[in-house]
Each structure stands twice: as structure tokens, then as C-alpha cells.
Design a protein around this ligand. Structure first.
Ligand SMILES: [Zn+2]
Length: 350
């Protein structure tokens, strides 16, 4: 089971644990989510690990020339028709991962994988997915809001570009309850951003994050992430729908357990007519590295070995099926197929 020993190692090296000046354990970025003022003064504790690598060209400035800056990109959306469903990837923001987020993988290996793709940085996006299908408006994940620095938090703009308002969202699905997926579901004062939406979460994911004893016993930043997750669950308290792993999110949209990242982490499969789309959640968290070499694990995986096995199985299935897929952190425009390439895979945009 992926969550039996969530803290038998300390993969989430987000900086040293400590007490911030106001006594909020784990730093200030989190406690600010309830304030109404300016961004959290100490959000750099989280942001540090996501911070752009100074002086390095951005991966997506090379590969996505139209996306020069997330504050004024050409587009924050990419839309495809999947059968009768219209699917729009909403890019909330972007950042770059440092090599220290891949414990167990030597930096030379990371450099080699990147340079083989003529990529110079481990760029990543934060994506939500809008699905309009059968009269329902479904949103998968909601970005980190203002918690991860100034290059993120543009979900509202992406939704506006897609022509959907927050009150039109009827179903809100969380692939998992990490802050970069759920912070955007509540305001800084803890109110639901999507007033008409039911929040759908897997039973296993809910069980872990709603238990303060579990998250408080885990290494930083999990205690803070737990408090944020519980604030989100509370905001949708009377509109929370728990499903089993593999259960139905909405008609035609089925959750897909992908063990290892968090206890109840999962993606989904959308089927409409002859069209199919897979969402891999965060099991391929840094596409440039983890598709090319699925053995490369990321520190955010609570069980890196299980996540590695899940990643290998998923990529094998995707390549075998030739299936169209996306994920929580794929680069714009985010629809891919996996093609076998040596011991790993190459992501192609069909
Ligand atoms: Zn994520």
C-alpha cells in the first residue's frame, strides 16, 4: 500500500522545518491562505523549491515560443474535442524544478536526459482541466492560487479565456490534495471559489489528509499541506462527494488510481464515443525527465518506489494503446502520446 509508511523517509525536502515568527509551524506561506492581505511573506519556503533556476533559459521559452511569460502568454488554454466532450487544458502558471527535487538521481544523469532533448531546464506547468460534456461542466484541479509565487495563480484568467465562470462549474475533481492542485479551490479567507460545485475526492485521499494526526506526524511541509487540504474539504463540506478508487467522477469520466504520489492519488479516463483521454495526475510530474527515464523519482512522491512502478506501468499502457493523455504538470498545450524510445519514452503532440 502506498501510504503505509508515508514518512519512513523524508522525500519532501522543502527546507528546514521551523517555527515562523507567528508560531505557525512550518513557515508562513501556508498561514497566509486565510489572510486577506498581500502574499505570504515567507512563501519562499515553498517557493524556494519551485523557484526558477537563475540565469538559465526556460525550457518552454525554447519549446513554446508563444508562451514568453505566464503573466502575458499568447494563450493559457488548449482545447481538443474528445468524442462529444470538449476538453480544455487551463494553464495556471509555470516554474522550473531544481535537480535537488529528484533525490537518488545524480545531477549528471538529469543533465544528460535534458541535453538529449535539447532542453536546458526542468520546466513545468501547473494545469487544471476543464471538461464540458453532456451538459456538465467539470473542473479537474484548480492550481496553487498565490502560494507558489508570481508565475502562478492565473486560473481565473485561463477560465475567462475558455469562456467559463466559477459558478458554472458543477463538478470539481481533485486528483490529490496537494496545494498546487487545491489551493485555487478556496479564497485566501477559506471560502469556496466554485459556489455550485460538488467536490469529488477519492475516499483514500480524503482519509489521509482529513486526519490531522497523520499529516502532523509527517515531515514538513505535510503538516501545513494537511491544514490547507482540510480547509478545502471544509469549504465544500456539504458538497463533498467521496468516491472509491476507480469510481465515477461524472458520466463518461472515471477515476483511475495511480498509487505512490499520495495515498489516494489518481488520474482519470474520459470516454466519449470513440474518443478517449487519460489524465495521469502527477505520476509524471516532470515530463521531460520522467517520461524519458521513468526511473527518475520526484521528492513530492510520498512513496517513490510505488510511484516509479506506477509510472512505468502507465507509460507502458499509454504507449501500447497509443492513448492521448495529459497530466497535472505537462507543458502547454499538454496533449500528448507516449512513444517508446530506448529504455524510456518520448512525448509527442499529435
Ligand atoms: Zn502537482
Amino acid at each position: 500500500m502506498p501510504h503505509q509508511e508515508p514518512h519512513d523517509r523524508q522525500p519532501l525536502r522543502m527546507g528546514e522545518r521551523g517555527k515562523s515568527g507567528n508560531g505557525v509551524e512550518g513557515g508562513g506561506w501556508f498561514h497566509d491562505y486565510r489572510s486577506t492581505g498581500s502574499p505570504a511573506p515567507q512563501q519562499d519556503r515553498l517557493w524556494t523549491s519551485f523557484a526558477p533556476v537563475a540565469g538559465k533559459p526556460r525550457c518552454d521559452s525554447v519549446r513554446e515560443k508563444q508562451e514568453v511569460s505566464m503573466s502575458s502568454p499568447a494563450s493559457r488554454t488548449a482545447t481538443r474535442q474528445i468524442g462529444d466532450a470538449e476538453v480544455t487544458i487551463l494553464t495556471d502558471g509555470r516554474t522550473e524544478f531544481g535537480p535537488e527535487l529528484f533525490p537518488g538521481t545524480p545531477e549528471e544523469r538529469i543533465s544528460a536526459v535534458l541535453s538529449a532533448q535539447q532542453v536546458e531546464a526542468i520546466a513545468t506547468n501547473f494545469n487544471a482541466v476543464l471538461i464540458r460534456n453532456g451538459g456538465k461542466t467539470i473542473l479537474c484541479d484548480a492550481g496553487p492560487r498565490d502560494l507558489f509565487g508570481p508565475t502562478c495563480g492565473f486560473l481565473p484568467q485561463a477560465m475567462e479565456e475558455a469562456g467559463v465562470s466559477a459558478d458554472q462549474v458543477g463538478v470539481l475533481f481533485a486528483t490529490h490534495l496537494h496545494p498546487d492542485h487545491v489551493a485555487g479551490m478556496i479564497t485566501q479567507s477559506g471560502e469556496a471559489v466554485f459556489p455550485a460545485a460538488e467536490l469529488v475526492v477519492t475516499r483514500e485521499e480524503h482519509a489521509f489528509w482529513s486526519d490531522a494526526a497523520k499529516t502532523d506526524a509527517a515531515p514538513a511541509p505535510l503538516p501545513d499541506w494537511g491544514r490547507l487540504a482540510r480547509a478545502v474539504l471544509a469549504a465544500y463540506g456539504d458538497r463533498l462527494r467521496l468516491i472509491e478508487a476507480g469510481g465515477e467522477i461524472a458520466p463518461g469520466l472515471t477515476s483511475m488510481p495511480l498509487a505512490g504520489h499520495t495515498p489516494g492519488h489518481g488520474g482519470w479516463r474520459l470516454s466519449s464515443g470513440a474518443g478517449h483521454l487519460i489524465h495521469g495526475g502527477d505520476i509524471i510530474h516532470a515530463p521531460a525527465l520522467q517520461a524519458a527515464d521513468p526511473d527518475i523519482g520526484i521528492a513530492f512522491d510520498m512513496d517513490m518506489d510505488t510511484a516509479r512502478a506506477t509510472r512505468k506501468r502507465l507509460l507502458d499502457e499509454l504507449a501500447t494503446e497509443g492513448a492521448l493523455f495529459t497530466g497535472g504538470h505537462f507543458l502547454h498545450p499538454a496533449f500528448h502520446v507516449a512513444v517508446r524510445d530506448g529504455a524510456g519514452y518520448r512525448l509527442e503532440r499529435p
